[in-house]
Design a binder for this molecule. Structure first.
Ligand code: PLP
Length: 398
């Protein structure tokens, strides 16, 4: 008998199958709005110039490939914490917050999941409905009880009232996952007033927020996107933040991210970090060095940092202008009001409100590829294709 007889096949990631279908499509006018990576006007996911320059410097100056420590590259951890919490953060000055380097934002989320299961037993985690699909499986695989709070209403718009009402009934001490900005998959972000209301409920119910910060710089700007994270860090004694350098540094495959923990006092932070080092040791031993060294180099050098910030800002502005451009292109079809939310959303993703059947027709009849839920990666567009897409949407909505 085969030892593996009981191993069943699981379906592949639907976004990867979508990519495959796109690759095989022979229509020259095909459009890929599926996979969640930034693309430039040529349809490429570029390596920022600042990253290339930092890599060159590192090749020349690197002297060893020995392991980095359990918490990763110390310069990376310090500089990324400042990027997230602010250069003048009192938490950092008081040694009440610190970062553990992880393989990407996904690694940070998994480490957070293991930390909750191991050190805060019995706590459930609550996710927005909908959320990034990996949140669902990752926390379940980490052994946590996963629940949901409403986020988008039947009208396909952000429903803050329903969200707050649900949070107000969560079990005390449970963990609430929030997206700092550029909510994936919807593109609907909480505004400052909404975040303040969520914060009040979190305080009242003594909930522990876990803020997923995967798109810093893609929403309203590097500092602006960190506003809610810094508000929560200032107002709450304890907080978990997962940060990803995949999108804003274009370092996707270098697996660069961090789990930042804010604790009540410096001594407790040391306890928590001893646990994180233990848990990380059993997950991946020590994190990969290259991406973190690149980020540390960029953030630690005024010239590279300025170049990177300018490049990030141009990516952000490109996506924002594509959003507005699409709504304008829909106007001649009488659809600009119906899709006005696309210009209001933030980040790369947009819940368009198109139904699964309309999404299927877009793919079959017009070679436009997006996720079945109607999520489109706006960064997959380019300005010369807006009218083509608007016409295709008008046809499937007609
Ligand atoms: N969180 C969200 C909401 C994401 O969309 C992503 C990536 O798509 C991540 C976390 C993790 O990104 P990575 O592990 O590539 O850094």
């Amino acid at each position: 008998m085969s030892q593996f007889a009981s191993v069943a096949r699981v379906p592949g990631d639907p976004i990867l199958s979508l990519m495959e279908a796109y690759r095989q499509d022979r229509n020259a006018a095909k459009l890929d709005l599926g996979v969640g990576v930034y693309k430039d006007a040529q349809g490429l996911t570029p390596i920022p110039r600042a990253v290339k320059l930092a890599e060159q410097r590192l090749i020349d100056s690197e002297t060893t490939k020995t392991y980095v420590g359990g918490h990763g590259d110390a310069a990376f951890a310090e500089r990324l914490s400042q990027l997230v919490l602010g250069a003048d953060s009192p938490l950092l000055a008081g040694q009440r917050a610190a970062a553990t380097q992880t393989p990407g934002g996904t690694g940070a989320l998994r480490l957070a999941g293991d930390f909750i299961r191991h050190c805060l037993p019995g706590r459930g985690i609550w996710l927005s409905d909908p959320t990034w699909p990996i949140h669902e499986t990752l926390f379940a695989e980490a052994g946590l009880k996963v629940g949901h709070y409403p986020y988008v209403g039947a009208d396909n718009r952000l429903d803050v009232e329903a969200m707050i009402a649900a949070l107000a009934h969560l079990p005390k001490g449970d963990v609430v996952l929030l997206h700092a900005c550029c909510h994936n998959p919807t593109g609907f972000d909480l505004g400052p007033r909404d975040f303040k209301r969520v914060l009040e409920v979190i305080k009242a119910r003594e909930l522990l927020p876990l803020i997923d910060f995967a798109y810093q710089g893609f929403g309203d700007g590097l500092e602006q996107d960190a506003w809610a994270v810094r508000l929560f860090a200032a107002e709450l004694p304890e907080l978990l933040i997962t940060s990803s350098c995949s999108k804003n540094f274009g370092l996707y495959r270098e697996r660069t991210g961090a789990l930042i923990v804010c604790a009540g006092d410096a001594d407790k932070l040391v306890d928590i970090r001893s646990q994180l080092a233990y848990l990380a040791r059993n997950l991946w031993s020590t994190p990969p060095a290259h991406g973190a060294a690149v980020v540390a180099e960029i953030l630690g050098d005024a010239e590279l940092r300025k170049l990177w910030q300018d490049e990030l800002e141009s990516m952000r502005l490109r996506v924002a202008s594509l959003r507005r451009g699409l709504v304008e292109a829909l106007a001649p079809h009488g659809l600009s009001e119906r899709f006005a939310h696309i210009a209001e959303q933030r980040g790369m993703f947009s819940y368009t409100g198109l139904t699964p059947i309309q999404v299927q027709r877009l793919r079959e009849d017009f070679s436009v590829y997006m996720v079945g839920s109607g999520r489109a990666n706006v960064a997959g567009l380019d300005a010369t294709r807006l009218e083509q897409l608007a016409a295709a949407i008008a046809r499937v909505c007609g």
